[in-house]
Design a protein around this ligand. Sequence first.
Ligand code: G3P
Length: 229
Amino acid sequence: MIETPRLLINLKAYLESSGDSALRIAKAAEKAWRETNILIGIAPNIIYLRMLALDVEIPVYAQHIDPVSVGAHTGHVPPDLVKSVGGSGSLINHSERQVGLHHISEVVKMLRELNLSSIVCVPTPEEAAAVSALNPNAIAIEPPELIGTGVSVSKAKPEVVVDSLKAVIDVNPNVDLFCGAGITNEDDVRAAIKLGSYGILVASAIAKSPDPYKKIRELIKPFIEITRA
Ligand code: G3P
């Protein structure tokens, strides 16, 4: 089974992280991983998934995936095809690409059968509890109102992270917890780790940074500190 990254970079559909820039950010993440051994994953727009998976050795995730096999499914993203181009897994139910519980349940099963990783986004601790029962590899708690604001969930809403961790542990302790939304600097990451977060989901702080490598190195610093402690 694919190791779950500590930092997952969602490139969304920002112009700043599209085309050659998607590859530049993925290379920066790969370099930071090689230097530190802190595993970093990247979730580009589906258009760039194959390009990145061919060119970097870090895990490349789809941003969305559908519960369909290969065949007559226009406009869908089948797990088999993600695997066939070298993808490592998928984000599911991002707040900008929401799906229902049935969809989540089906794709988590399909990804597991293919030995691919599933990271399901949820907006509340209650949904974290419900999704944990489906046995994804990880859950990412992201209060939608903080996404893209630069105000971090770990500082502005620590109780949401704590309650989600409790919900996940109560239902399924095998599931790792990520938190995301507004993560901007190393202190935000440090606060998230203190609250019990396994990993961080981040987008704009890296995707829009003038120096993505420098920002990645900053955001993984707290993970280096815990491995040394
Ligand atoms: O998937 C991560 C994302 O929704 C958080 O976005 O820009 O607040 O890091 P951002």
